[in-house]
Design a protein around this ligand. Structure first.
Ligand code: AMP
Length: 545
């Protein structure tokens, strides 16, 4: 016997319909690449999204056609989130920090029909426009007054102006209804080796993920929040915040290209931001600026930090110096991205602050909808609550079942997706990521978790950034080598830093050596590129060898 409830497909357009009806006057504020601060409302954004959906149809974009963006976080990008996916086409957000060759590869692989871009990326468009094979139109996300000169425009085939496309349409458009399993958006994984692979989300997976992301023990968003997503809209749909904001009616503040500490801090204060989200490297810049200028946050209460391990020292600095609660979260492009979030359970409330910090440093427990397990080398499930790490496997309705165009074959093992992360899970279900499987250091057959060592180094006041990699060792095969960037003007020697590890870990985990460098290479999403460091130091001779 079936239940007698309405059958309504879960569609992305329902978010903007809800926001327009229930939160019409709530604001969306954007720092534009034109240089000014732009203000709009959900009412206006919904109307413009409908007009843009009509403009896409006029350009010949149909169901499941791919439409690409190369853009910062801003209201026009958000209009495209709804115009493209809402009309049944697929939004392909491209990471502008990728190499032009990779951008050409993924635009061709995705068979993008139209490519929208912020004016910042004009030189990039000039470099790729004549090389892409399927893009029929390039659209500059600006008005006529800010369009490139005729001379520059002539270098880009079929260049159009966003505001002119918009002006040519009215907003009389009804969002179409279709199967909720229809593809909605496409993101390519950063892929440190080989070509990037496409992750194709559906309307259903996106809506279910947004519900889970907004929950109190996930991102805990409400109408009363003012959300500033620092995490880019070109990286896993800005962790769902452009959907969660419509779903809850929160005010949105988009930072555009201004991701330095000063620009972010100004927006936090002028717009009354209560909640933000980003990778640890961005918060480092913000913390450095705020500390150097003896500033305080007057409205900011919480920030989610993920994308790579958040050093415990950062969680403590936000909490103790600024009263900002850090929510450590873990996920990946293949998971839409949210897998775990670290909120305390009732049993933790009686703990001391020190004990709570120890819990908060973990990546957190599974959000409802995500099932997880850790397995050993033979694929056998390992128990929770032990100190041993295993390969982390996940499954759930917003987790990938196969890459776009079946690239790389079937990624699943008995219905589970192997994340490539190594983790331990405690008795309460809190996950602690100890490494990427390819970054694990194997010393004498035993694993050493590089993230644990980096977290300790990052707690030293003179350290700005630390990466721990495996160096070759004649006896132990591999031993940890610590690569460190010092804070500007700070003094620190190798021996002082190694002494700092004493008592904090098993002695045999202590790195064998420290190398001070000016910078650690970062990838397109702000993560340390340890593969590059491993290449750079592949012939490094350890003093212990
Ligand atoms: P991406 O798909 O580019 O977002 O990268 C996903 C990967 O980033 C994960 O598989 C992890 O290796 C890493 N990652 C994400 N969040 C965290 C976190 N909180 N702690 C440690 N690693 C993380």
């Amino acid at each position: 016997m079936n239940g007698q409830m309405m059958q309504q497909p879960l569609l992305i357009s329902s978010f903007i319909v809800h926001a327009e009806r229930h939160h019409a006057e709530r604001e969306i504020v954007s720092r534009r690449v034109e240089g000014d601060i732009h203000r709009t409302t959900y009412k206006e954004l919904a109307a413009r999204s409908r007009r843009m959906a009509k403009a896409l149809a006029a350009l010949g974009v149909g169901l499941s056609d791919r439409v690409a963006t190369l853009a910062w976080n801003g209201y026009r990008h958000m209009e495209l989130y709804y115009a493209v996916s809402g009309s049944g086409a697929v939004l392909h957000t491209i990471n502008p920090r990728l190499h032009p060759d990779q951008i050409v590869y993924i635009a061709d692989h995705a068979e993008d029909q139209v490519l929208f871009f912020d004016m910042t990326f004009l030189p990039l468009i000039q470099a790729v426009a004549r090389r892409t094979r399927t893009v029929r139109h390039f659209v500059a996300m600006t008005d006529r007054a800010h369009m490139p000169s005729a001379e520059v425009a002539a270098t880009i085939p079929n260049l159009l102006c966003y505001e002119e496309l918009m002006a040519a349409q009215d907003d009389r458009y009804a969002w179409p209804s279709f199967d909720e399993n229809t593809a909605s958006s496409l993101c390519y994984t950063s892929g440190t080796t080989g070509n990037p692979k496409g992750v194709l989300y559906s309307h259903r997976s996106t809506v279910l993920h947004a519900y889970a992301a907004a929950l109190p023990d996930s991102l805990n968003c409400s109408e009363r929040d003012v959300i500033l997503p620092v995490v880019p809209m070109f990286h896993v749909n800005a962790w769902s915040l452009p959907y969660v904001a419509c779903m809850t009616g929160a005010k949105l503040v988009y930072p555009g290209a201004g991701l330095d500490g000063k620009s972010l801090y100004e927006l936090f204060e002028s717009e009354g931001v209560t909640f933000s989200a980003g990778v640890p490297t961005v918060w480092q810049g913000l913390l450095a600026y705020v500390e150097a200028n003896h500033l305080k946050f007057s409205t900011m209460k919480r920030t989610v930090i993920g994308g790579s391990a958040c050093p415990p020292a950062m969680i403590r600095a936000f909490g103790e110096k600024f009263g900002v609660n850090v929510l450590h979260a873990w996920g990946m492009t293949e998971m839409s991205p949210l897998g775990t979030a670290c909120t305390l359970k009732a049993k933790h409330l009686a703990l001391t602050q020190e004990e709570r910090y120890a819990v908060m440093a973990k990546q957190g427990r599974a959000v409802y909808g995500v099932d997880m397990k850790i397995v050993d080398d033979q694929g056998a499930e390992m128990p929770w609550g032990s100190e041993t790490s295993g390969d982390l496997y996940v499954r759930g309705p917003w987790i990938i079942s196969g890459y776009f165009k079946n690239e790389g074959g079937d990624p699943l093992v008995d219905g589970w997706f192997p994340t490539g992360d190594v983790a331990r899970i405690d008795a309460d279900g809190y996950v602690q990521i100890t490494d990427r499987s390819k970054d694990v250091i194997k010393s004498g057959g035993e694993w050493i978790g590089s993230i644990d060592l980096e977290n300790i180094a990052m707690a030293h006041p003179a350290v700005a950034m630390a990466a721990c990699i495996a160096a070759k060792h004649p006896k132990w095969d591999e031993r940890p080598l610590l690569v460190v960037v010092k804070k500007p003007g700070a003094e620190l020697t190798r021996d002082e830093l190694l002494a700092f590890f004493e008592g904090k870990i098993a002695k045999w985990w202590t790195p064998d050596d420290v190398i001070f460098v000016d910078a650690i290479p970062l990838g397109a999403t702000g993560k340390m590129q340890k593969n590059k460091l491993r290449d750079q130091f592949k012939d490094y001779h350890l003093p212990t060898a």
